[in-house]
Design a protein around this ligand. Structure first.
Ligand code: ACO
Length: 323
């Protein structure tokens, strides 16, 4: 059977790093509060010339380099983002143009922080359905542009960045020993839409709006939703937490990551944590975490890797793949 195998990956971060202490003169907060409640120590913040498209392009080029491919080898770009350069066209099309790619097709996917997990699952279906052979899956965000910088309960949590993988069609035996995407489980429930949202949009206010969140409510639901969808993915693949080599969760809050891993019985040393470095970069957080763990030699070819995310909507999902 056809499998969607990761052939390369890459990442890009804005030049400017903002430390927790940099917020102390702006809102009533402290490095201690932010670290204790979230695990975040710093985040990257985009300059005016750094956009979702430019960061996404840089991550895509890094992924192509690591795969030994060029844009000519790609048939589809799926960009997960909630902070597009424009309301339309899709920022994926802008990245396609920046890459000098005038063949194939490109579209954006909007599932907030779950965007990259949704995008990998979607790209896998395009590959297995025979509509694409090589797909660039990108998560790129500039959440700094939609933050209310006077709201201490949200502005300290988010950061900007991008990550990407190249997925390629390859023959597999249909067993769990295959490389590539092995199982996926996606969920959403709009009953929670007002717990984490942006208070603007083209069809309502005609403005871009700002991020609003009931943090405690999100926290309350997060661990249960994450563990449910991961257990469904384990059941589909016929594995248990012990079989995993690496758990690469969405990087929103260290306490949510720790509680989810504990509930699932995933050993601490198998959990990739980058929330301290990047903050919550929404759809970019999982591919950014992947890039760190691949670059430092933790994730290696043949490793069994579980990706997971949960975000506004709510949306949530998990993807199991063999690297
Ligand atoms: N500095 C200092 N104090 C703060 C700050 C801050 N930056 N932010 C809030 N506080 C205060 C609050 O005002 C409150 O004060 P009060 O008791 O006087 O009212 C107090 O700290 C406690 O606030 P809580 O919201 O109860 O704090 P909590 O321990 O829940 O931590 C947090 C807040 C970090 C937001 C937590 O709820 C959380 O992580 N929630 C999940 C958020 C999340 O994961 N979001 C991303 C989802 S992914 C996506 O789609 C974007």
């Amino acid at each position: 059977m056809i499998r969607s195998v990761v052939r390369g990956n890459g990442a890009a971060l804005p030049r400017r790093i903002m430390k927790n202490a940099d917020f102390e003169g702006m809102v009533e907060t402290s490095d201690e509060w932010i670290v204790q409640r979230t695990g975040i120590r710093q985040r990257h913040v985009a300059a005016d010339d750094e956009t979702t498209a430019s960061l996404g392009e840089a991550a895509a080029r890094a992924a192509l380099d690591s795969a030994g491919l060029t844009p000519a080898d790609i048939d589809l770009i799926v960009l997960a983002t909630s902070t597009p350069n424009n309301t339309f066209p899709a920022t994926a099309v802008e990245i396609q143009n920046r890459l000098g790619m005038h063949h194939g097709f490109a579209f954006d996917m909007q599932a907030v922080c779950s965007g990259f997990v949704y995008a990998v699952a979607t790209a896998d279906l395009y590959i297995r359905g025979g509509l694409a052979k090589r797909v660039l899956v990108i998560g790129s965000e500039t959440f700094s542009r939609i933050l209310d910088w006077s709201d201490r309960s949200t502005c300290v949590l988010f950061g900007d960045g991008a990550g990407a993988v190249v997925l390629e069609a390859a023959e597999g035996e249909g067993s769990i020993a295959d490389r590539g995407v092995l199982a996926a489980s996606l969920r959403s429930d709009g009953v929670h839409k007002d717990k984490l949202f942006v208070d603007g949009g083209p069809s309502t206010t005609g403005t871009v709006g700002h991020l609003r969140m009931e943090g405690r409510e999100v926290f309350k639901h997060a661990v249960g939703m994450i563990t449910d969808v991961i257990e469904a993915t384990f059941a589909e693949a016929g594995i248990t937490a012990q079989d995993l080599d690496w758990f690469v969760p969405h990087q929103a809050n260290k306490r949510i990551i720790d509680a989810s891993a504990k509930k699932l019985g995933i050993a601490e040393q198998k959990v990739v944590v980058t929330v301290d470095l990047h903050g919550n970069t929404s759809a970019a957080s999982v591919p950014l975490a992947l890039s760190v763990a691949v670059a430092d030699g933790r994730i290696k070819k043949g490793d069994l890797v579980l990706l997971e995310a949960m975000g506004g909507g709510f949306t949530w999902g998990a993807v199991l793949l063999r690297w």
